[in-house]
Design a protein around this ligand. Structure first.
Ligand code: ASP
Ligand code: MG
Length: 408
């Protein structure tokens, strides 16, 4: 007997038929003798609809009320899922976040889970019930309903799995696992049987939008065994997210290629190479709540240097405004250039730690395709580059082939 958390995303609970299919799957596991906690998202499209309604009433909705509104989506699916189980003769009970005390901080719309009181869940499981929990929501210490950020039901599932020490946390979605890259770009892309938690974090934050990044961080911190599977297939092992030290098999050097078309690059040329320059540039940008991703500073020449960073495309204009209106007069750069016709590509693999030559193979492959790289940054397990957006597909295809990611 195992203790399993099963999380079903929006497309998996999109209508009554789908909810019945979820209940059947849960019932099957239950009959095999497992204890099951189900976490559900809102029906697909529902959260957007609720936000839209709120915005019809108030342009920028009050965040406490917005959380009260959007949390209802998950409460509906939790109740319906429990109902479907009861209807099949499986005893079940649904809970909203505040009822099982998923305690969060007070950051409405992006709250962080602080504690989960697992006693209620434990008691129900011991009585033989399936516990169904509304994802995406919690409660602060004053009793206000909070939500965990878009895609937050993943984090609810992982946090419950951590609190209750589940044997596995299964995330059911509309894809059957994590792929070597986006199959829409490379048709030979292959489902990975396993990926390490650190690689997944790189793949998730780089735009492989299968799991909320925060849920992966949570899984890493509390060593929750995560598995991504399709709720549209009867069987299938999906992709298991493991910890590097647990890996016994010979690992591939590269596990996947992640990419992202959402970023824009900013080059600040000819800034004085003096202490505090990075701070002077980036501080006003952080103050405006703009997230900066890659940051690169060149080696200096003649006392000046070039400074490059990336932001989300939607923040490009605001960032350039800050630089031109506030920062420029302090640091007198030669030129400030913004470019949103770029993409970011990353080669990800823990095998890079112990293998030399990955970078040279990558750059050789790209040069054969005549692809110009504007910026490079590396970590222990990834190499990221910025390139022209129109060359992205060619680059991903060429690298996928060069690193033989199509071969198991
Ligand atoms: N329903 C929420 C959203 O659409 C949370 C989730 O689905 O995980 O973002
Ligand atoms: Mg999701």
């Amino acid at each position: 007997m195992s203790l399993i958390v099963q999380k079903f995303g929006g497309t998996s609970v999109a209508n009554a038929d789908r909810i019945n299919a979820v209940a059947e799957r849960v019932a099957r596991y239950k009959k095999e003798g497992h204890q099951i906690i189900v976490v559900v998202s809102a029906m697909s499209g529902e959260t957007n609809k609720l936000i839209g309604l709120a915005e019809e009433i108030m342009e920028t909705p009050d965040s406490r009320e917005l959380d009260a509104i959007v949390s209802t989506g998950e409460q509906v699916t939790a109740g319906l899922t429990a109902l479907a189980l009861i209807n099949m003769g499986i005893p079940a009970k649904s809970y909203a976040g505040h009822q099982i005390k998923i305690l969060t901080d007070q950051a409405f719309t992006k709250a962080r889970i602080q504690k989960i009181d697992e006693k209620v869940i434990r008691d129900d499981l011991d009585k033989g019930l399936v516990v169904v929990v509304a994802g995406f929501q919690g409660v602060d210490n004053e009793g206000n309903i909070t939500t965990l950020g878009r895609g937050g039901s993943d984090t609810t599932a992982v946090a419950i799995a951590a609190a209750i020490k589940a044997d596995e946390c299964q995330i059911y979605t509309d894809v059957d696992g994590i792929y070597t890259t986006d199959p829409r770009v490379v048709k030979e892309a292959r489902r990975l049987k396993s990926i390490t938690f650190e690689e997944m974090l790189e793949m998730a934050s780089l735009g492989s939008k299968v799991l909320q990044t925060r849920s992966v961080e949570f899984a890493g911190k509390y060593k929750v065994k995560l598995r991504v599977l399709s709720s549209f297939e009867a069987n299938g092992d999906g992709t298991i997210i493991t910890f590097e030290e647990d890996e016994k098999m010979e690992d591939p050097i590269i596990s996947g290629i992640a990419f992202n078309r959402d970023e824009a690059e900013i080059n600040i040329l000819g800034v004085p190479d003096t202490p505090g320059i990075a701070y002077q540039i980036l501080c006003p940008i952080a103050d405006a709540n703009i997230d900066v991703d890659m940051i690169i500073q060149n080696v200096s020449r003649d006392g000046t240097t070039d400074f490059t960073f990336t932001v989300h495309k939607r923040d490009l204009k605001a960032t350039l405004d800050i630089l031109n209106n506030q920062v420029k007069k302090e640091i007198s750069p030669r030129e400030i250039i913004g470019n949103d016709k770029i993409a970011k590509l990353s080669l990800v693999g823990v095998g890079m730690r112990s293998h030399a030559g990955v970078a040279s193979k990558m750059f050789k492959t790209l040069s054969h395709e005549g692809i110009n790289i504007s910026t490079i940054s590396t970590s222990e397990i990834k190499i990221s580059i910025i390139l022209e957006e129109k060359m992205l597909d060619v680059a991903v295809k060429a690298l996928h082939k060069a690193f033989e990611l199509d071969k198991a």
